[in-house]
Design a protein around this ligand. Structure first.
Ligand code: NI
Ligand code: MN
Length: 227
């Protein structure tokens, strides 16, 4: 029984929960950091945190090809159903559901959520997954918010945080987020995709190691970390 996290560059991630593949914010086409392509990746579920193009990405095509169930907020799910995606599960912020792979709750995120065609995408979300006795928090695109402390009270094994700045938390606020969340392990994402969000990830990792008890795992796109 294992949970493996794979980062595909930007915010595109896979959580393999005992063989069930949860693909998160699948942005492959046009993502200069991607190490695989939308026509090759496998998925049983596709989690979409918010409506922006670098997160919805290839989700419609992958859902249609794989038959994966899309999980997102109600407004984004309406949009996917309008695009002919057959299997979808709408939730909303604060709400959790016992899926076959585990209990998944949508959490608040401080960001936008307009869909690529301008459709209303509701409010952006993060994800809190309880599976196999482990708790994993994907902050997704967000600024720092004080209620990360409440999420930390859950007792996190892993937190995945954006550090790229400009569109999301930068390194300073992501370090403060680690202090609020107090995860055992932390993985940085949403940086170095483009020059605008280039960061010195090793410098950030050193600061996290010096100032918190979290273990930082800096992956190269395509690399995995097993909890
Ligand atoms: Ni975004
Ligand atoms: Mn983004």
């Amino acid at each position: 029984m294992t949970i493996t996290h794979t980062w595909f560059g930007h915010a595109t991630q896979m959580l393999d929960v005992n063989g069930t593949k949860l693909l998160i914010d699948p942005f492959f086409s046009g993502n200069p950091a991607a190490t695989t392509t939308a026509d090759k990746v496998q998925a049983d579920y596709i989690l979409v945190s918010h409506g922006h193009g670098d997160h919805v990405g290839d989700a419609v095509a992958i859902a249609k090809r794989t038959g994966a169930t899309v999980i997102a907020n109600f407004e984004i799910i309406n949009w996917f159903e309008g695009k002919g995606v057959a299997k979808a599960h709408a939730q909303h912020i604060g709400g959790g559901y016992h899926h076959p792979f585990g209990y998944l709750k949508l959490t608040q995120a401080m960001h936008g959520s307009a869909l690529p065609d301008g459709s209303y995408g509701g409010n952006p979300a993060g994800f809190l997954l309880t599976a196999d006795g482990k708790k994993i928090y994907l902050a997704c695109d967000t600024g720092l918010f004080g209620d990360m402390r409440l999420i930390g009270e859950e007792g996190l094994d892993l937190a995945v945080l954006p550090i790229g700045d400009n569109y999301t938390m930068g390194p300073d606020d992501a370090l403060r987020a680690v202090k609020l969340l107090q995860p055992k392990h932390v993985i940085p994402v949403h940086y170095d995709t483009w020059g605008l969000i280039a960061q010195d990830v090793q410098a950030w990792a050193k600061r996290v190691s010096a100032e918190t008890s979290a273990q930082v795992h800096v992956s190269k796109p395509g690399q995995s970390f097993t909890l």
